[in-house]
Design a protein around this ligand. Structure first.
Ligand code: NAD
Ligand code: DAU
Length: 351
C-alpha cells in the first residue's frame, strides 16, 4: 500500500532534515509537512525539495483539533512522524504555558485523530513520536539513560515532553494504537535556530559578541549530528518494533565549556583570526534555573536490534556546521530579526 506520511514540525531544525531525507529517498511516499511556522519554523530550510511531486506543505496548528481531524480526512494518512513541539528549555522557563498546549494538547489531538480515523484498520499504520533524553532528568558524573530509566523531568519543556510520551504509550496500551517512541540526545548541525548553544555561539563569535556560558560551563551534553538523528528516525520508522521505545545518542559527551573552547579554535581558523581571539569572548553568566547537570544516552538497544550507529564524527560534524553557518549568512540574517533581538535582550539581560 502506498504510504501517505504526515510529518509534523517539518519546517523546524530536525524536521527539515527528516522531510528532506524522506522526500528524496522515498519518491513513492506522499509526504505532507504540517507546520505552524512559529519563530522556529522556516520554509527556507526546505527550498531544495519544495517543488518535488511527492511533497506538500500544510500550514496549521496541532492545537487546533478540528483542523487536525479535517487534515486526516483530507489525506487519509497511513503514518505520522510527530516532531512539532516547542523545543527550547529557556523559553519554557519564561513561558511554560505554550509548551503545555503544543507539546501535550497538540500531541493528544494527533493521537485522537489517528485513533479515530484509523479505527480498527491499524495494519501498516504507525504513529512515531519523536522525544528527548531530557525526560529522564539529570545524571550525576556517572551512568547512562537506558529505555527503562524512570522518567524524572525537571523543566517545563521536559515535563511537557514526558507527558506527551506517557500519552503516546497510553494510547498503545489502551487503544492498541501502533506507536514507536524515540528519545534522542542533543542535536547539532545546519538549520538550527540560533537560540540553542552551538548556533548561538557561532553567531556571536562571528559578530564579536560575548558567548554566554551558563554557570561554570560544567554541564555535560551528548551531541549527535542532526543527519544521524534523521537516519535513525528513518530506520526506526521502517524497522522499529511497535510499542517500543528506543534511545538515540552520539556517545559523545562534552562539558559546555570544553565544547565552546573547541568551537572557538575552529572559528579562529575559519575566520582567519589569531589563535585565542574568539575564546576571549567567553563570558560566564547566571545559570539556567534547574539546569540539568548531565545527559548521556546508552543507545545499545537501537545499535544491537537495528544495527544503527552514528556516522559523523563530532570534530568533522562541527566543522561542517560552522561552514554552513558562515556560508548561509542570508538564512542567519533573516532569522536575526527584530523578534530574535527582542528575545535575546530579554533572555540575557537578567544576569
Ligand atoms: P524546532 O524548535 O527547531 O522546530 C519545531 C517545529 O515545530 C517548528 O518548525 C515549529 O514551527 C513547529 N511547531 C511548533 N509549534 C507548533 C504547533 N503548535 N503546530 C504545528 N507546528 C508547530 O525543534 P527541533 O529542535 O527541530 O526539535 C524537533 C523535535 O525533536 C521536538 O519534538 C523536540 O522535542 C525533539 N528533540 C529535539 C532535540 C534537539 O536537540 N533539538 C533532541 C531530541 C529531541
Ligand atoms: O537533550 C536534548 C535536548 O537538547 C532537546 O530536547 C532540546 O529541544 C534541545 O534544545 C536541547 O536542550 P538543551 O537545553 O540541552 O540545549 P541548549 O542548546 O539550550 O543548551 C545546551 C547546553 O548549553 C545546556 O547545558 C545549557 C547551555 N547553554 C545554553 C545556551 C542557550 C549555555 O551555557 N549558554 C547559552 O546561551
Amino acid at each position: 500500500m502506498k504510504k501517505v506520511l504526515l510529518i509534523t514540525g517539518g519546517a523546524g531544525f530536525i524536521g527539515s532534515h527528516v522531510v528532506r531525507r524522506f522526500v528524496n529517498q522515498y519518491p513513492d511516499y506522499q509526504i505532507i509537512n504540517l507546520d505552524k511556522l512559529t519563530y522556529a519554523g522556516n520554509l527556507e530550510n526546505l527550498k531544495d525539495v519544495d517543488k518535488k511531486d511527492n511533497y506538500t506543505f500544510e500550514k496549521g496548528d496541532i492545537i487546533d483539533r478540528d483542523f487536525i481531524f479535517d487534515l486526516f480526512k483530507k489525506y487519509n494518512f497511513t503514518d505520522v512522524i510527530h516532531l512539532a513541539a516547542e523545543s527550547h528549555v529557556d523559553r519554557s522557563i519564561s513561558n511554560p504555558t505554550e509548551f503545555i498546549y503544543t507539546n501535550i494538547v497538540g500531541t493528544v489531538n494527533l493521537l485522537n485523530a489517528a485513533r479515530e480515523l484509523w479505527g480498527k484498520n491499524q495494519e501498516n499504520k504507525l504513529f512515531y513520536h519523536i522525544s528527548t533524553d531530557e525526560v529522564y532528568g539529570s545524571l550525576g558524573k556517572e551512568g547512562y539513560f537506558v529505555e527503562s530509566t524512570p522518567y524524572n523531568p525537571r523543566s517545563p519543556y521536559s515535563s511537557s515532553k514526558a507527558s506527551s510520551d506517557h500519552l503516546v504509550r497510553a494510547y498503545y496500551h489502551t487503544f492498541n494504537l501502533p506507536i514507536v517512541i524515540s528519545n534522542c540526545s542533543n542535536n547539532y548541525g545546519p538549520n538550527q535556530f540560533p537560540e540553542k548553544l552551538i548556533p548561538l555561539a557561532i553567531n556571536n563569535i562571528k559578530n564579536n559578541k560575548k558567548i554566554p556560558v551558563y554557570g561554570k560551563g560544567e554541564n555535560v551534553r551528548d551531541w549527535l549530528y542532526v543527519e544521524d538523528h534523521a537516519g535513525a528516525i528513518d530506520l526506526m520508522f521502517h524497522k522499529g518494533k511497535t510499542g517500543e521505545t528506543y534511545n538515540i545518542g552520539g556517545n559523545n559527551e562534552w562539558r559546555n565549556i570544553d565544547l565552546i573552547h573547541h568551537l572557538c579554535k575552529v572559528m579562529d581558523r575559519k575566520l582567519g583570526r589569531d589563535p585565542g581571539t574568539s575564546a576571549k569572548l567567553i563570558t560566564f553568566v547566571k545559570d539556567r534555573a534547574g539546569h540539568d547537570l548531565r545527559y548521556a544516552i546508552d543507545s545499545g538497544k537501537i545499535r544491537k536490534e537495528l544495527g544503527w550507529k552514528p556516522s559523523v564524527n563530532f570534530e568533522k560534524g562541527l566543522e561542517k556546521t560552522v561552514e554552513w553557518y558562515l556560508e548561509n549568512t542570508e538564512w542567519l540574517n533573516r532569522i536575526i530579526s527584530g523578534k530574535y533581538e527582542e528575545y535575546y535582550s530579554q533572555q540575557y539581560v537578567k544576569r
